[in-house]
Design a protein around this ligand. Structure first.
Ligand code: HEC
Ligand code: HEC
Ligand code: HEC
Ligand code: HEC
Ligand code: HEC
Ligand code: HEC
Ligand code: HEC
Ligand code: HEC
Ligand code: HEC
Ligand code: HEC
Length: 315
């Protein structure tokens, strides 16, 4: 028996087990306009679609006959639980006529993305952390299938090492940033986009995983949370005042180098905080205050200080 044939047999068994449910869920008051489900569940589809890619769905979490909530569980609609009613599509087509498409996840279908996603949401809306309708992905008509590959032994978006490629498909800017010399270890497969983002949407801005941007960072950088005796206001306000979370050309993933970074907010009044060049200096050498680590030479505790005399963030 070939692998294909074995899978087809397994599929057929699922179909037989679950078939009665399909018949009952088929009944409809409005027989004329209601879309028809196929008569034999998965078997009707597998008669034509028996390639390895389609059959691989039987190796996933979706093909658990013992789970009443699974598409292939007892009483469920099997293929059509996701694809929608495919009776017309699976039926006879007159010569010269086009085969009507199944409603969902078909390049031939004209159904709206929201309607297509509705088939998945019907089973998944109760999942923890699922706030799809509040998300920028929903309002921009991104399909569940835009990220999830259902017909595959392993869905790439669910694994850390493969997830980012799925996201990069649409988010080129973040791909570019992650290639910069200073970045979170995303390219190395040690972190994923979902380390900081909730792809299904949260009630937060920009799909961040936690209530605020800083809380998202504190998940891993707990030492930055404080509390500090001497806080540095822009730190407790928003880490992205100084850092580029997706990657930067500056060491420490900073958006700019010091002193420019600091001078974006701090005036030069009464303080040696000129840019790092020798213009205007009699000696013709750069100011000693601004060499190397620049402002950080003295103000090293830029995230906050717990030293009694650390009010100027110097210790
Ligand atoms: C009589 C044969 C037949 C049956 C039965 C059948 N299909 Fe199809 N299906 C086709 C053909 C032909 C296409 C067009 C394929 C193509 O153009 O590559 C197609 C296309 C599709 C597509 C779209 C593929 C794409 O590239 O967008 C999906 C999804 C699909 N079928 C699902 C189903 C489901 C679910 C069932 C069972 C309810 C089913 N089919 C039953 C013949 C069939
Ligand atoms: C008939 C109900 C049903 C439908 C429809 C359905 N799912 Fe599922 N899904 C399940 C069940 C049951 C599981 C396995 C149990 C669990 O993980 O909660 C599951 C698991 C998953 C998982 C986790 C897989 C894993 O390997 O852990 C993903 C991702 C998923 N579904 C996405 C989808 C998408 C995308 C769609 C629409 C194309 C969809 N589901 C349609 C019931 C359904
Ligand atoms: C922007 C990409 C993206 C889209 C669009 C998307 N998902 Fe997901 N989904 C993911 C990622 C990433 C995970 C892994 C979650 C994690 O690591 O926190 C996931 C996990 C899941 C899971 C596993 C259970 C869980 O909550 O962890 C289910 C079920 C699921 N998605 C269903 C759906 C459904 C249904 C849709 C459409 C309404 C959808 N997803 C749309 C990226 C996406
Ligand atoms: C859990 C939901 C779900 C179930 C169950 C499911 N599909 Fe799909 N199907 C999808 C999604 C989503 C896609 C889009 C491509 C992908 O995710 O792999 C798809 C794609 C397809 C395609 C197009 C494949 C291609 O080459 O692009 C066909 C044909 C198809 N499904 C047939 C079936 C058949 C037949 C069954 C039942 C044996 C079935 N599907 C069960 C969700 C599902
Ligand atoms: C099929 C294309 C597509 C894929 C794949 C995709 N996205 Fe998106 N994403 C979009 C679109 C479209 C928007 C809205 C426009 C924008 O902000 O670029 C968006 C917006 C976002 C936003 C900003 C949300 C907001 O409220 O403005 C984040 C964060 C995001 N995506 C993260 C992810 C992550 C993480 C993944 C991978 C798990 C991913 N996206 C995969 C298309 C996609
Ligand atoms: C270390 C945490 C972190 C990781 C990992 C991360 N992001 Fe973000 N992302 C953020 C923060 C914080 C913001 C909002 C502030 C900003 O853009 O500076 C954001 C914003 C975004 C936006 C919206 C940009 C805009 O300006 O509208 C998109 C899209 C996005 N991220 C996609 C991704 C993708 C794709 C990945 C995976 C490659 C990813 N992010 C990984 C923290 C992260
Ligand atoms: C899932 C865990 C995680 C989250 C969440 C996270 N980081 Fe990181 N961060 C890391 C890891 C891992 C490193 C790399 C440490 C190393 O290379 O030694 C890192 C390194 C850094 C670095 C130092 C880079 C360097 O070159 O030294 C900065 C700055 C940084 N993260 C800022 C942030 C900000 C800002 C956020 C929130 C938007 C954030 N991180 C969220 C895990 C995380
Ligand atoms: C006022 C600008 C500024 C803000 C805001 C800021 N940082 Fe930094 N951060 C820096 C500078 C400058 C460095 C480089 C320090 C050095 O080279 O000694 C740095 C370095 C880091 C590093 C790597 C080196 C280390 O000390 O471990 C991490 C991680 C980091 N910051 C996380 C964060 C987090 C998380 C937040 C938000 C809570 C944040 N930063 C807010 C300026 C800032
Ligand atoms: C986004 C704006 C911003 C950036 C960038 C910034 N700061 Fe600040 N800084 C502030 C604010 C606001 C305060 C609080 C001022 C106050 O309380 O009067 C502050 C306070 C300070 C103080 C303590 C001043 C006092 O009188 O107590 C020092 C020292 C300082 N910053 C140094 C730095 C250094 C060094 C950098 C660059 C690594 C930097 N800052 C970057 C906004 C910023
Ligand atoms: C050689 C050490 C040194 C360097 C380099 C340095 N500072 Fe300072 N800074 C100090 C000292 C000492 C004070 C305290 C002055 C006082 O208490 O009157 C101070 C005070 C401050 C204050 C508090 C307000 C004020 O003017 O008294 C700010 C803001 C500040 N520095 C920002 C910066 C910035 C931005 C840079 C880089 C452009 C920088 N400093 C470089 C030593 C330094």
């Amino acid at each position: 028996m070939t692998a294909n044939a074995r899978l087809a047999t397994v599929a057929a068994i699922f179909a037989v087990i679950s078939f009665p449910g399909i018949v009952s869920s088929q009944s409809s008051d409005d027989e004329t306009s209601a879309p028809e489900y196929s008569r034999k569940g998965a078997d009707s589809c597998l008669a034509c679609h028996d390639d390895q890619k389609v059959l691989s769905v039987f190796q996933t979490a979706h093909a658990v006959p013992g789970d009443a909530n699974s598409p292939f569980g007892h009483g469920q609609l099997q293929c059509e639980a996701c694809h929608g009613p495919g009776g017309d599509h699976a039926g006879r087509v007159r010569r010269g006529q086009e085969r009507p498409p199944v409603p969902a996840f078909s390049s031939m279908s004209s159904a709206s993305v929201a309607d297509q996603n509705g088939n998945c949401i019907a089973c998944h809306s109760g999942d923890q952390g699922f706030a799809w309708h509040a998300s920028g992905h929903d309002s921009n008509s991104v399909s569940c299938a835009g990220c999830h590959t259902v017909h595959a032994d392993n869905d790439p978006v669910l694994a850390t090492s493969t997830q980012v490629e799925v996201c990069f498909d649409c988010h080129q800017q973040q791909r570019t940033q992650s290639m910069k010399p200073y970045a979170h270890p995303i390219r190395q497969g040690k972190m994923e986009c979902a380390s900081c983002h909730s792809p299904h949407g949260e009630t937060t801005d920009l799909l961040l995983a936690r209530q605020t941007l800083n809380d998202t960072c504190y998940d891993c950088h707990a030492e930055m949370r404080g509390p500090y005796l001497w806080e540095h206001a822009p730190v407790s306000e928003d880490c992205s005042n100084c850092h580029e979370p997706h990657g930067s050309s500056q060491p420490g993933m900073l958006s700019m180098r010091a002193p420019l970074l600091c001078q974006g907010c701090h005036s030069q009044d009464g303080h040696p905080s000129l840019p790092q060049d020798d213009s205007g200096l009699a000696s013709g050498v750069p100011s000693q205050y601004l060499l190397g680590q620049s402002c950080l030479n003295c103000h090293s505790e830029v995230h906050g200080s717990n030293h009694p005399s650390g009010s100027k963030l110097m210790r």
